[in-house]
Design a binder for this molecule. Structure first.
Ligand code: PEP
Ligand code: MN
Length: 449
């Protein structure tokens, strides 16, 4: 690339500063933000351009129906819970789900965590009042603390550095776990046997027995290759805090192209996807695969304009639309979007987020979701794509590897009274370990038909 061309690229990466950016914290008036972003710019990348390109190719395969994406993790990671046990449990849950889905779909499953960087949240209001005290809302550990005191709720830019460090230690564990024996499919299969031992899941016995037979067949044949022992595991988060995302965006020395080196995959949320806004501008300029969340109010024209803006070269795998319509709306609103995009020949990988359109407050006052409703949206997603002859490319879910009680229902029948038992999320309710596996079995059963 000529010097002139590369200085144009660099200038372009600063263009977002001139545009309107929704959902940014009001950082205190000080030099600390400058110091922190300067420091971040000198820190090593967390992911590499070649890895991001590999993911683009895999997401392109998902768009063609030759692979399936499983993206999962907390609504918001927290510093306090970024410990080895919790990270391992999340990875284990995703690997277990992926094993079941691989069988059901007879396709490779792309494993991706909402992990190692999911530390910032968009909120519906900037301030909240409790007992006469008005304070900024909690925007995720990268911005402020959850405790309801003025000190904790004041945005602190130093938290961006902490978010970087936590992301680094998390991705280090992910790489160690999935490159070592932990991800061995035979191990993962043993864990799923443990899950099936619970009579609550008797409905899936037939499918579990089929998977068991397939594993025994492979063993009898002496099948033992690298792909059984290790797996790729990608990271992702919502690219919300532009000071952080822009500091982590670097020019790849091989290709001369910019990559956001904070995660393999970044997505733009439903609340920050304005066509002329700062988030769309910054992500339009990086070469990672990216996603956009689309809610029930999205028109086909909106989706087309985003596709043209974010993927002008129409590269397969570059753009994923994560639809989050709500179980009650998906069958009515998704078809026109998919048809509109399809009619123009736009390359898009379609993924279903069955969580964010199905949130409500329970009678006892907890923000929750109902497992049956979540599953209903997933079914609606497959039905729409089946009827249009288009490709359902994957699932985006909020989950944890622990036995929390945040989502109602499932075979173990978490009820409103049970929510109080282990409601630990600071933001949105997550499927627990068992509910996550139950979802994988349900979807797998539907896919193998
Ligand atoms: C999220 O993924 O946690 C989120 C806020 O989603 P959305 O942008 O779809 O509302
Ligand atoms: Mn959420």
């Amino acid at each position: 690339m000529s010097i002139e061309a590369s200085s144009k690229v660099l200038a372009g990466l600063q263009q977002w500063r001139a545009l309107e950016a929704q959902q940014q914290p009001s950082w205190p008036d000080s030099d600390v933000l400058q110091e922190v972003t300067g420091e971040l710019r000198t820190r090593p990348p967390l992911v590499f351009a070649g890895e991001a390109d590999k993911l683009t190719a895999q997401l392109a395969a998902a768009g063609r129906g030759e692979a399936f994406l499983l993206q999962g993790g907390d609504c918001a990671e927290t510093f306090a819970e970024s410990d080895a046990d919790r990270i391992r449990n999340k990875i284990r849950t995703i690997l277990q789900m992926a094993a079941v889905l691989t069988y059901g779909a007879s396709m490779p499953v792309i494993k991706m965590g909402r992990m190692a960087g999911q530390y910032a949240k968009p909120r519906s209001s900037g301030m909240e009042t409790r007992d006469g005290l008005t304070l900024p809302v909690y925007r995720g550990d990268a911005v402020n603390g959850h405790a309801y005191t003025e000190e904790s709720r004041t945005p602190d830019p130093r938290r961006l550095l902490e978010a970087y460090h936590r992301s680094a230690t998390t991705i280090n564990l992910i790489r160690a776990f999935t490159g070592g024996g932990f991800a061995d499919l035979r191990e993962v299969h043993q864990w799923n046997r443990g899950f099936m031992a619970n009579p609550a899941y008797a409905r899936y016995e037939e499918l579990a027995a089929e998977i068991d037979r397939a594993m025994r067949f492979m063993r009898a044949c002496g099948v033992d290759f690298e792909a059984l022992r290790t797996t790729d595991f990608f990271t992702s988060h919502e690219a919300l805090l532009l000071d952080y995302e822009s500091s982590m965006t670097r020019i790849d020395s091989r290709s001369g192209r910019p990559y956001n080196t904070s995660a393999h995959f970044l997505w733009i949320g439903e609340r920050t996807r304005q066509l002329e806004g700062a988030h769309v501008d910054l992500l339009s300029r990086v070469s990672n695969p990216i996603g956009v969340k689309l809610g029930p109010g999205t028109s086909a024209a909106d989706a087309l304009a985003l596709a043209e803006r974010l993927n002008p070269e129409n590269t397969p795998g570059r753009l994923t639309f994560v639809t989050r319509m709500g179980a009650g709306r998906i069958r009515e609103v998704l078809p026109q979007l998919v048809e509109g995009i399809h009619a123009e020949g736009c390359e898009v990988t379609w993924v279903c987020d069955p969580m964010h359109g199905n949130t409500f407050t329970s009678e006892s006052g907890y923000k929750t979701r109902d497992f049956a409703t979540v599953i209903n949206e997933v079914h609606g997603f497959f039905e729409v794509h089946q009827s249009l002859g288009t490709v359902p490319g994957g699932l985006h879910v909020e989950l944890t590897g622990d036995d929390v009680t945040e989502v109602l229902g499932g075979a173990e029948e978490v009820d409103d009274a049970a929510l109080a038992r282990r409601y630990e999320t600071l933001v949105d309710p997550r499927l627990n370990h068992q509910q996550s596996l139950e979802m994988a079995f349900d979807v797998s059963e539907m896919l193998r038909r």
